[in-house]
Design a protein around this ligand. Structure first.
Ligand code: CTP
Length: 147
């Protein structure tokens, strides 16, 4: 019997306020192999990056675990861990959205590197801005006075 080799795809992100752009990225990443492993940025790592998520790590992980394209999640705690992760996991492909093009070419030391086109018109940043806009709406302001 021939052993079947799993083709491991590795990606990273914060995946806050999980949205269709995340789904598309994860689906296309998973299509590049047979197992998708996600390094999920911890709240502490995000703080180092000057980024604050609305959802804390455990909640983002719970949501991500429910995505059918995700097979495994581990904590991303530092910028410098990616090469070691890829080697430890035996990753075949490293995937990121094309907002990161060129930034992770050093991962070619361990595996193939693919930058996928981002989904237009949606991002966590835009969702946060929309919610803030809604909160500034007079009706929302009036409702807040009643609380
Ligand atoms: N991504 C994507 N298309 C989008 C948004 C994100 O393909 N519209 C990809 C990113 O390129 C990255 C992954 O999804 O590879 C996780 O991105 P993340 O930074 O968590 O999400 P963003 O919506 O980009 O968050 P932010 O606005 O805070 O940068």
């Amino acid at each position: 019997m021939t052993a079947t080799h799993e083709r491991i795809v590795l990606t990273y992100g914060t995946f806050d306020l999980f949205h269709p752009g995340h789904v598309q990225l994860l689906k296309r990443a998973r299509d590049l192999g047979s197992r998708l492993v996600v390094g999920l940025s911890t709240d502490e790592f995000n703080a180092k990056k000057g980024k604050q998520s609305v959802m804390r790590y455990e909640d983002r992980k719970t949501v991500l675990e429910s995505c059918r394209y995700v097979d495994e999640i581990f904590a991303e705690e530092d910028w410098s861990q990616k090469l070691n992760d890829a080697r430890r996991l035996g990753a075949d492909v490293f995937v990121m959205g094309d907002d990161w093009t060129g930034k992770f070419d050093f991962m070619q030391e361990a595996c193939n590197v693919v930058y996928l086109a981002r989904t237009e018109g949606v991002s966590t940043t835009e969702i946060k801005a929309s919610v803030q806009g809604l909160n500034r709406h007079p009706v929302a302001q009036a409702a807040m006075q009643l609380i």
